[in-house]
Each structure stands twice: as C-alpha cells, then as structure tokens.
Design a protein around this ligand. Structure first.
Ligand SMILES: Cc1cc2nc3c(=O)[nH]c(=O)nc-3n(C[C@H](O)[C@H](O)[C@H](O)COP(=O)(O)O)c2cc1C
Length: 152
C-alpha cells in the first residue's frame, strides 16, 4: 500500500496534524511518505494508491499559494482510482473555516476517489484524536476496497 501525505504549514499547526496522522497510519503498520508540498514530485501522483493533502487556510478562505501547483496537478492528471483525503487546520474565527479543505474537497470529489475530509480547530488536541483515527480508517478501508476489487 503506497500512501503519501503532502502538506503545507506556515506556523506548524498543520505539520502537527499530519505527523499525528502519520503516527495513526503507522499504528496500523502502514508506512506513509511525508512531503512538504514544495518537495513532492508530481509524477508520484501516477504511482500512489492514496494521497492525503494537509493544508492550512489563508486569506479569506483561500488555498495557500504553495498548494496551488498540487491542486492544478490533480485537475490536470485526474485519476478516479487514486484514493484521496484532505485534512486541514483553520480558525473558526474566520468566516470560511478551513476554506482550503472545502476547495480541495470539491475538486478531489470530481477528480479522484475521495474517501475522507477532516477539519481541525487551530492545532490538534486530544479531543480530536477519534476524528483523526476515523479519517485514517476511512482512507485505509477505501484503499483495501480498491485492491480487493482489482483481485475479483
Ligand atoms: C492572514 C491569515 C488568514 C487566515 N484565514 C483563514 C481563513 O480564511 N479560514 C480559516 O479557517 N483559517 C484562517 N487562518 C488561520 C490559519 O489557517 C490557522 O491558524 C492554521 O492553523 C495555520 O496553519 P499552520 O500553522 O499549519 O500554518 C488565517 C490565518 C492568517 C494569519
């Protein structure tokens, strides 16, 4: 099972979140490659079973600039068999809470096999653990389902 987490984080909240998610995959004996978005080779999109996008939200509900090449690559190389999830941190004091998660969700729903979304208030806390675990479970279940359907 080849899974990558590709993320952007300005002040570290989203980085904390993706490391938490990586740990939850690892509890299931699933190794996940982690890439700050600037270091992610877009060609990997064709090889992965699943990709988790981790993003903060900027401006007025916007996707951060550094995530835009990845967003456009999904639009360009749409792969309906690629399992995806999008997780993000944001601040509900802004009118569009985790707006970048919504933007990715809307696009990935069309361009990929979207399995799960997750919005976290600012930085992950103990109370968020169940939702994080559920997010990881949904991604893994979807990949297993895809692999099983290929065998039958
Ligand atoms: C200028 C600015 C604009 C922001 N706009 C939004 C927004 O529209 N919606 C939202 O949910 N959070 C917004 N945030 C909050 C960040 O997304 C939030 O603090 C996030 O956890 C930062 O993640 P990071 O630590 O990974 O960079 C904004 C923060 C700043 C500084």
């Amino acid at each position: 099972m080849t899974i990558a987490i590709v993320y952007a984080s300005n002040t570290g909240n989203t980085e904390d979140l993706v490391h938490l998610l990586q740990g939850l995959f690892s509890e299931k004996q699933i190794a996940v490659s982690m890439y700050p978005v600037e270091e992610f080779p877009i060609s990997e999109l064709g090889r992965l079973d699943a990709i988790v996008v981790g993003t903060y939200t900027w401006g007025n509900g916007n996707i951060p600039d550094e995530m835009l090449p990845l967003y456009r690559a999904f639009e360009h190389y749409g792969r309906k068999d690629l399992v995806t999830g999008v997780a993000g941190t944001g601040d509900s004091g802004y009118p569009s809470f985790c707006g970048a998660v919504d933007e990715f969700r809307n696009m990935l729903f069309v361009q990929s096999n979207l399995a799960a979304t997750l919005k976290i208030e600012v930085r992950p806390q103990g109370k968020d653990l169940d939702r994080c675990r559920k997010f990881v479970d949904l991604i893994v279940e979807r990949v297993c389902k895809k692999m099983f359907s290929k065998l039958t």
